[in-house]
Design a protein around this ligand. Structure first.
Ligand SMILES: C[S@@+](CC[C@H](N)C(=O)[O-])C[C@H]1O[C@@H](n2cnc3c(N)ncnc32)[C@H](O)[C@@H]1O
Length: 244
């Protein structure tokens, strides 16, 4: 991505980080409901499959980066039953919604949310047995810096699981999904979230983001080993795993 013009939600003047924070603060009240509507509920299954990648490792300590409204952290707590999950996000409004869900589900002894920037983690080296991120890394201002931080805080032998949108390659899914993703989804998003640009940014940021083996190549460059990817739902989404 370096050297290219960055895809940002609103304008070319402000930093991507500032705009992304503002965007998620704005759409936070509508985020969960829109996820379910726009993905027809499939996003719940995507997170479930991602978390199952950690079933063999059974991590005791986890960090969920860009945790947002905490859906991935909640799924991890439910399935993996670790001792502790830290959920970190740059948007206080997303976290506020996540916190309510955690309390409602009585998971507040396990999951602790905090505001922070993935590109500058406050944690010591080798703090977590697993690091996860769902639909977060695409929003980083500096992708490689964020990934390097994930690598740093992971314990040796620990595992990284990243869930992210990708671009389907197969006919006719590619053509049909593109029509939906480019035209219909931003229209529904605009109507429901009261943000004119957020769901247009979603389409544009996915187009600019390195997917499949392009992304695993970046993971390897960052230092990760045993990188692999599994496309889901005809390649609309992809799970990336790696170890340290
Ligand atoms: C699409 S949401 C995903 C939320 C959640 N992981 C999920 O699966 O629904 C992306 C999240 O990334 C967060 N984010 C973007 N850049 C970040 C950064 N540099 N540091 C921490 N969080 C960031 C946003 O605030 C937002 O909550």
């Amino acid at each position: 991505m370096s050297g290219e013009v960055q895809v940002t939600p609103y304008n070319r003047q402000e930093s991507k980080k500032g705009q992304v924070t503002r965007m998620f603060d704005t759409i936070a009240p509508y985020y969960d409901q829109l996820n379910r509507i726009l993905s027809l509920g499939i996003d719940v299954w995507w997170r479930r499959v991602a978390i199952r990648k950690l079933a063999g490792l059974k991590p005791k300590t986890m960090l969920d980066i860009a945790t947002g409204t905490a859906d991935l952290a909640i799924e991890a707590a439910r399935v993996l039953k670790p001792e502790h999950i830290t959920g970190l996000d740059i948007s206080a409004q997303m976290l506020a919604i996540g916190q309510k869900k955690i309390v409602r589900k009585k998971l507040d002894q396990t999951i602790h949310l905090e505001t922070g920037d993935s590109e500058n983690l406050r944690f010591s080296d080798q703090s977590f047995e697993a690091v996860t991120a769902a639909f977060g890394v695409r929003n980083f201002e500096h992708l490689e810096k964020g990934l390097a931080e994930m690598f740093r805080v992971l314990k040796p032998g620990g595992m990284l699981v990243i869930l992210e949108f990708s671009r389907p390659r197969v006919f006719p899914v590619k053509q049909l999904f593109n029509l939906y993703f480019r035209y219909l989804l931003p229209l529904i998003g605009k109507f429901r979230s009261k943000d004119q640009k957020a769901y247009k940014y979603l389409y544009e940021s996915v187009q600019a983001f390195p997917d499949y083996d392009n992304f695993t190549a970046i993971l390897q460059k960052t230092g990760f080993a045993q990188t692999s990817f599994q496309p889901l739902t005809a390649g609309i989404c992809c799970i990336y795993t790696a170890t340290k």
